[in-house]
Design a protein around this ligand. Structure first.
Ligand SMILES: Cc1cc2nc3c(=O)[nH]c(=O)nc-3n(C[C@H](O)[C@H](O)[C@H](O)COP(=O)(O)OP(=O)(O)OC[C@H]3O[C@@H](n4cnc5c(N)ncnc54)[C@H](O)[C@@H]3O)c2cc1C
Length: 553
């Protein structure tokens, strides 16, 4: 396979030569550095590369070029190479254009000229972006292949697990991919055994659970110790932050998740408001950075591993896992966040994983290339999902009960949606039912004001409404509010059951639950802000309170 390409575009031969030289000096062993003298030439090159199925990792373009501006080129290049990293080279006076291009051209970075010395101003940026690209890029042909039916819920579960766990693999749909049949015949796999995973060494795993895949890939599923200082349940932003701080402050820290790192944030295609990422960051990129950081600092991580219960023994917390294993910890953090509730419309449950997906836009979007899909919901998560799906789908319908998106979605997302010709908002409407033969084929939409129904032919429905806290695994002693969110700190004192459960002479610490030494942070906590940054902040704070609790006992 050819080396992935770094494409530099500039009409000024001197600047073009200089960028090319600097990139070659550092990256020529792993990447092919190519150059184009105009936006038009660059587009032709990209199309040729695509025909040859070569990978393009990065496009670095000057902004001011005759014929086509850099931002226009980068926007158009999205169609050919959607995951390539996009960098705009700007003069100081063009920085405003660069900031605007962050949305339209999905710009990942802008570099102002000159970039000397490259060791300080060019290479760190390019290194970081290439690292992120590598994590998203699925090389062809990769070692790991998953063969199955697009409409099989088990196939969806494995795809979602692999993608969320940042494991590169190649998906082969038996109905569409000629290679699938060859592989199945070579492996002696029958139709009833799908989905099936083919590993690099030629071995196969038939109709596996995500847990078996993790095991086969050598991921640890059992804790290394019997006793921990801090066990964190849930590896969303709150849990990841607690793991980073717990481990860096010398606590023996274990982080577990029943799915994969990242939580809800991990399913976000682009988080635009997290501090320090001016061009936004994808949820999977943020999760990858955070889990790498936590593990480097010494936190242990297990997934997919589900905690099913806890009991308290002389101040120690005993955790029970779904596989029956147990371990003991001195402090514990519940950071189990929220999950989408099943949509009640008839036909939805029958098609879960077969065209109905909760969140999951980033996992399934490529499978709906050229098709029509529905996004249900008017919040930011629905907006991000619709934007991501619109890169692949022919048309995306956003179905909302309200008159418009103004009250529920951020302004920047509404702007992006309005500029996307293949997204249509369907207001004052709800899902009446979903129909299809083995997979979603039609959806009945009901008008909210008068109940009138009409049918739309669609291939998938992505649900982004109705969340509930994930607290079923906690004992009743951990007090919750009427909606099931965990009550913490001084708010506990207003709870009716407070006096009967809290037996300490001190008040509960901030973020401490009604069980001493058990903390809660992030979306699972009553009164949480439902933001990545606030979950991260609370996760970090818990470590300080865990130290305080340990000092008291
Ligand atoms: C699509 C989408 C887009 C979003 N975009 C933005 C955005 O742009 N900006 C922003 O600020 N916020 C955004 N949010 C909100 C943000 O993602 C959440 O507020 C944040 O993820 C909450 O973090 P958390 O750690 O509290 O919980 P979660 O992210 O919900 O993570 C909880 C984790 O706990 C695990 N878990 C649950 N139960 C168990 C158990 N029993 N055992 C083991 N593990 C368990 C789950 O698998 C999950 O990984 C978005 C949310 C969604 C869904």
């Amino acid at each position: 396979m050819n080396k992935p390409v770094l494409l530099v575009v500039d009409d000024d031969p001197q600047v073009l030569g200089a960028v090319r030289r600097d990139l070659r000096t550092r990256y020529r062993d792993r990447y092919a550095v190519m150059a184009a003298g105009s936006g038009q030439e660059a587009l032709t090159t990209l199309k040729e590369l695509k025909t040859r199925t070569d990978a393009v990792a990065m496009i670095i373009s000057d902004q001011r070029m005759p014929g086509m501006l850099g931002t226009e080129l980068l926007t158009q290049s999205l169609e050919v190479y959607p995951i390539a990293k996009r960098v705009l080279l700007t003069a100081y006076s063009d920085i405003d254009a660069a900031i605007r291009a962050i949305n339209d051209a999905h710009l990942d970075h802008y570099l102002s000229k000159p970039w000397d010395p490259p060791e300080e101003r060019l290479y760190p940026v390019v290194d970081d972006l290439l690292y992120a690209w590598q994590a998203e890029f699925l090389p062809e042909p990769p070692g790991l292949r998953l063969v199955g039916h697009q409409w099989s819920p088990r196939s969806h579960a494995i795809k979602d697990f692999l993608a969320s766990s940042l494991i590169p693999y190649r998906w082969l749909d038996v109905a569409r991919d000629a290679d699938a049949e060859t592989l199945l015949r070579a492996g002696g796999v029958g139709a009833a055994e799908l989905p099936v995973m083919f590993f690099e060494d030629g071995s196969v795993l038939r109709n596996p659970e995500p847990r078996q895949v993790a095991e086969r890939l050598g991921r640890p599923l059992a804790a290394a110790f019997d006793l921990y200082d801090l066990v964190i349940v849930g590896a969303g932003p709150a849990g990841l932050a607690a793991a980073v701080y717990g481990a860096s402050e010398g606590m023996r820290t274990l982080l577990v998740d029943r799915h994969a790192p990242g939580g809800q944030a991990g399913s976000s295609s682009r988080i635009e408001n997290y501090l320090g990422f001016p061009a936004g960051v994808s949820g999977s990129d943020l999760a990858r950075r955070a889990i790498t950081q936590a593990q480097r600092l010494g936190a242990e991580f297990l997934a997919p591993v589900e905690v099913t219960g806890i009991s308290i023994e002389a101040g120690y917390k005993r955790l029970t896992f779904a596989d029956g294993r147990q371990l003991v910890t001195r402090t514990m953090l519940a950071a189990t966040g929220m999950i989408y509730r099943e949509h009640p419309a008839p036909g939805i449950a029958d098609h879960a994983g077969a065209g109905v997906y909760y969140g999951a836009a980033t996992t399934e979007a490529p499978a709906f290339t050229g098709r029509r899909v529905v996004v249900v919901g008017g919040g930011n998560s629905a907006g991000q999902g619709a934007m991501y799906l619109s890169r692949y789908a022919k048309e995306v319908l956003i179905v909302v009960r309200r008159d418009d998106l103004r009250e529920t979605m951020s302004h920047y997302l509404i702007d992006q949606i309005q500029k996307s010709p293949n997204i249509r908002i369907v207001p004052r409407t709800e899902i009446a039912s979903v129909e299809g033969n083995g997979h979603v084929e039609r959806v009945a939409l009901a008008s909210v004001p008068d109940g009138a129904c009409r049918t739309e032919e669609v291939d998938a429905l992505f649900v982004f409404i109705g969340t509930r806290p994930q607290t079923d695994w906690l004992p009743p002693d951990v007090l919750r509010d009427g909606k099931g969110f965990i009550v913490t700190g001084r708010d506990l004192m207003a709870a009716e059951a407070y006096a009967s459960v809290w037996k300490e002479s001190r008040e509960p610490l901030l973020l401490e639950t009604s069980v001493p030494g058990v903390f809660a942070a992030g979306d699972v906590r009553a009164g949480a802000m439902n933001r990545v940054a606030s979950a991260v902040g609370e996760g970090a704070m818990v470590v300080r309170f865990a130290h305080e609790y340990l000092a008291l006992t």
